[in-house]
Design a protein around this ligand. Structure first.
Ligand SMILES: [Zn+2]
Length: 251
């Protein structure tokens, strides 16, 4: 069975044809080099051979699995228009594969931590957090604190974990929030890599303080309570569902 496919794509900056092998499923128990590339920040990131633009491949239907560590992470495009629709699609795949599968699959599912993330940087963030024994709910709450301290609302800037210093600070990338974009053939699209605005540092003490009061987080930030999507920006109430005609409904 082929692990790769080769969709026809074009550079979002200059329109030049673009062909790179795109991997179908991120099953890192068999492909440890994929996990390493994600953590290096190099996975599905390219420079256009014609104009040099930094490009990221975005996909709507990837699944990352690590059976050794018990991780199941559904990965959608960073530019998916409606996280609720994505969740319905991805949880159906999970249920069909595991929850409704034979007994052995059900047992496997019970031991797995599952998430849905949007974009490779968000996938990288979950892996980095879990590798460093960070609680992702607490991590999202520390992002809210850091944004507010700088006078930002939580939907104004996208923060993604960049570096975790052992027993030291957490360093985040500061990015402009993604805007919705349609996906191309086979759910694959090429988009400019997000522009880095700078970095933000959160001390380990700030993280530990939030961890000590973990139970209070959902009272304050209730939209972090989803069972699949634990992401301050994605499930924020400002991310209203998109209607069939692509317009934001009035609320
Ligand atoms: Zn180009």
């Amino acid at each position: 069975m082929s692990t790769f496919f080769h969709p026809t794509l074009s550079c979002p900056s200059c329109g030049s044809p673009f062909t790179k092998p795109i991997i179908k499923g991120l099953h890192v128990t068999r492909l440890p080099e994929v996990r390493a590339a994600i953590l290096r920040g190099e996975f599905q990131r390219y420079a256009c051979e014609a104009c040099g633009a930094a490009i990221r491949v975005e996909r709507t239907d990837t699944v990352y699995t690590d059976f050794n560590l018990g991780h199941y992470i559904a990965v959608d495009s960073r530019h998916a228009p409606d996280w609720r629709a994505s969740k319905a699609r991805h949880t159906r795949v999970f249920d069909e594969a595991f929850t409704l599968g034979p007994g052995v699959a059900q047992e496997l599912a019970e031991g797995m931590r599952h998430r849905l993330v949007f974009g490779v940087l968000s996938l990288r963030e979950k892996l980095l957090a879990w590798d460093n024994d960070l609680d992702d709910l607490v991590l999202e709450a520390t992002k809210a604190d850091a944004l507010r301290a700088r006078g930002f609302s939580v939907s104004e800037e996208e923060l993604r974990l960049s570096v975790v210093v052992p027993d030291g600070p957490l360093i985040f990338m500061r990015l402009a929030p993604p805007s919705p974009a349609p996906s191309g053939p086979d759910g694959v699209t090429l988009l400019p890599a997000p522009t880095l605005r700078g970095h933000m540092i959160v001390s380990r003490g700030q993280y530990r303080e939030r961890l000590r009061h973990r139970r209070e987080i959902l009272g304050e930030l209730p939209w972090l309570g989803d069972d699949w999507v634990i992401d301050l920006l994605v499930t924020h109430p400002s991310r209203t569902p998109v209607t069939d005609d692509g317009l934001q409904p009035e609320i």
